[in-house]
Design a protein around this ligand. Structure first.
Ligand SMILES: NC(=O)c1ccc[n+]([C@@H]2O[C@H](COP(=O)([O-])OP(=O)(O)OC[C@H]3O[C@@H](n4cnc5c(N)ncnc54)[C@H](OP(=O)(O)O)[C@@H]3O)[C@@H](O)[C@H]2O)c1
Length: 340
């Protein structure tokens, strides 16, 4: 129990993973996207509680609109004795800052809002420069929407590399990338991506992309690891399935006396992907962190979960499309061809 009355998991017991560049990252993090429904203050209060409970890895982003609030929480924690080098803090470049001249100022704004003097990880949030206002319908399109343009992406990547050179970022990475796009980046990058943050949960396992990442020493970070039950209405379609209601997950959870969410997280960690579940509930935050130190799933349980993959992508990204008549599949290069 901590001084704040919160039950704790010793962070030293939480496994960590070494990235290809030698940096160490805790095997579970806390997501900080309030899905347009949880206020910035509430998320920041949850970050504070989470750190007291033993979380050390926080997945932030400029577009979540709460970095300054989280920065205040981190400041309070560090004044209370938590050291900067015990934390692993990620932020992300949003799609409206893809112009070459906007990258460094956007990074500096996140760094300043978070009250830090370096970031552990900085990601390009989406490979498209297509911006949409928070909360808009999935049919909304940016006026100047564009497809993936590799030359433009590399101009941003070069800026990230320069921020690594300047000692302001420890690791850089991608998010929502396909194999086809990563292939080009790996060909042209001076500093290779250390991670790719991507949607991963039992009903959406992306085995080919995960194998590709492993083969290239890129660490997958698993977003929406519980199947994002709180995601905004605009990100729901009738064919979506619910991981934590899957009979296989529920049966394993029942046998272990755990919530199905804990099984999703245990599976993720054992599969070698780093889950970043979001929660603002103290009980859920603790249960999620405990999943990182709980007993291993048996090979039979792991195989049973492998068998429930439905290829069910929840965050389809429709708002990033760039012309009429497209479908969300055009964003993901499923046949290996980058759409233009
Ligand atoms: N890179 C990207 O493009 C991208 C995209 C999406 C998300 N992300 C990151 O990934 C993080 C996680 O994704 P997500 O928020 O979409 O989905 P998620 O973590 O799969 O699900 C979060 C939801 O699950 C509930 N929950 C959490 N723990 C639970 C538990 N133990 N039992 C039952 N319910 C539980 C939460 O509600 P309570 O608050 O009530 O617990 C919340 O509604 C985000 O916060 C963000 O940092 C990144």
């Amino acid at each position: 129990m901590s001084a704040a009355g919160l039950e704790r998991v010793d962070p030293a017991l939480v496994p960590s993973v070494l990235l290809a560049n030698g940096a160490s990252i805790p095997a579970i993090g806390m997501g900080t996207f309030g899905s347009d429904s949880v206020s910035a203050d509430t998320v920041a209060a949850a970050v504070k509680d989470a750190a007291i409970m033993g979380y050390r890895h926080f997945d932030c982003a400029a577009v979540y609109g709460n970095e300054a609030h989280i920065g205040k929480a981190l400041k309070g924690l560090m004044e209370g004795g938590l050291k900067r080098d015990e934390l692993f803090i990620t932020s992300k470049l949003w799609n409206d800052k893809h112009d070459e001249g906007d990258v460094v100022p956007a990074f500096e704004a996140s760094l300043q809002a978070l009250g830090l003097d370096y970031l552990d990880l900085y990601l390009i949030h989406w490979p498209f420069p297509n911006h949409h206002a928070p909360g808009v319908d999935v049919s909304a399109r940016a006026g100047n929407a564009q497809p993936y343009l590799h030359e433009a992406y590399m101009k941003i990547w070069r800026k990230l590399e320069s921020l690594v050179d300047a000692g302001l970022i420890r690791s850089i990475g991608t998010s929502n990338m396909s194999m086809a796009k990563l292939e080009l980046l790996l060909r042209d990058a001076r500093i290779k991506p250390a991670v790719n943050e991507m949607e991963l949960h039992p009903h959406f396992q992306q085995p080919e992309l995960c194998a590709y990442l492993r083969a290239h020493s890129i660490q997958p970070i698993a977003y929406s690891p519980l199947g994002s039950p709180g995601r905004p209405e605009r990100d729901r379609t009738p064919e979506d399935s619910v991981d934590i209601e899957d009979p296989v997950i529920k049966a394993i959870a029942g046998r272990r006396g755990e919530h199905p969410a804990a099984v999703c997280l245990r599976w993720a960690i054992q599969r070698g992907q780093l889950p970043i579940p979001f929660s603002v509930s103290g009980r859920n935050l603790l249960s999620n962190l405990k999943a990182a130190v709980s007993a291993s799933l048996s090979p039979e349980d792991m195989a049973a979960i492998e068998g429930i993959d439905r290829g069910c992508r929840l965050i389809k990204g429709q708002v990033f499309l760039w012309k009429e008549g497209q479908s969300w599949e055009d964003l993901w290069d499923m046949d290996g061809i980058i759409r233009s």
